[in-house]
Design a protein around this ligand. Structure first.
Ligand code: KIV
Length: 298
């Protein structure tokens, strides 16, 4: 007999889910936190099988999944579909939905409405938003309502144009101090986790030391409490020159291209499908079928 309630209250973690407060415990114990992006159910399942702690359904989907050249075009409806799919595949990892550009910047109310959709309609465990300053009020509004929020500072791709492109941030003392202050303010506003993207390692290290909440680095050095990589970068699915901070653990694009090429050749020369890929019927049923056809065309 299961003790799980049939209709758990909204926000009740699924059985086996990593408890969110455990992340702070991991930081205290010095256990590194593993995060990866994912955008569909099989990837969610594979990340879960591999023991990944956190899955970010990043708005990087706009680029690596949908073919845009920035994250800006991602829409709430697109991100809801992807988040729901990842959530169907992943059990233990916490699933974090990236709020797309324009879905939270307008007002605290807009941020709340969008985030509620991600929790209710897509089963996200938390949401992520970019920036500090005016976004602190968004973080307070969301966390005040019980919605767990991940912050993201440094290179914030949604505002990459204003930052001068996809390039490292906080490389002079004044900008580094600003990042440090933003990190402290985001923690005070209620974030339970902070992503630091493309930030010099010593700056990320000082921020990590100053915060009680864990930091997750992407191009922010080894002193962060955890790391995140984009699925397609990690697996070699996104071709082109990867950013400096990417470590590629597999080179799957050529493997897939080769498999598709062999499939196409097999179809064209009749080598696929073979008898073992097809379904049979009894001689009697086949004879009856032929008889019925002959009758139809008499
Ligand atoms: O959208 C994304 O994938 C991200 C990560 C790079 C942190 O925000």
């Amino acid at each position: 007999m299961t003790t799980r309630p049939r209709n758990p209250a909204p926000g009740t973690p699924a059985p086996g889910k990593l408890p969110l407060p455990e992340l702070a415990g991991m930081k205290r114990r010095g256990d590194r936190i593993v995060m990866v992006t994912a955008y569909d159910a099989p990837s969610g399942r594979l990340a879960d099988d591999a023991g990944v702690d956190l899955i970010l359904v990043g708005d990087s989907a706009a680029m690596v999944m949908l073919g845009h050249d920035s994250t800006v075009p991602a829409t709430v409806d697109e991100m809801l579909v992807l988040t729901r799919a990842v959530n169907r595949g992943a059990r233990r990892p916490l699933v974090i939905a990236d709020l797309p550009f324009g879905s939270y910047q307008v007002s605290d109310e807009q941020a709340l409405e969008t985030s509620v959709r991600f929790l209710k309609e897509a089963g996200a465990d938390a949401v992520k938003l970019e920036g500090a300053g005016p976004m602190l009020s968004r973080v307070r509004a969301l966390t005040g309502t019980g919605i767990p929020v991940v912050g993201h500072i440094g290179l914030t791709p949604q505002t990459a144009t204003a930052l001068g492109g996809f390039k490292a941030q906080g490389r002079n003392a004044a900008r580094a101090v600003q990042l440090y202050e933003d990190a402290i303010a985001l923690e005070a506003a209620g974030c339970f986790l902070l992503v630091l993207e493309a930030v010099p390692a010593p700056v990320a290290a000082r921020i990590t030391e100053a915060l009680e909440i864990p930091t997750i680095g992407i191009g922010a050095g080894a002193e962060c409490d955890g790391q995140v990589l984009v699925w397609h970068d990690l697996l070699g699915l996104y071709e082109g020159t990867p950013p400096r901070f990417v470590k590629q653990y597999a080179d799957l694009a050529p493997v897939i291209r080769d498999a598709l090429g062999r499939y196409a050749a097999d179809v064209r020369d009749g080598a696929f499908p073979e008898p073992r890929h097809t379904y049979s019927m009894s001689d009697a049923e086949l004879a009856l079928f032929e008889h019925e056809l002959a009758e139809m065309h008499r």
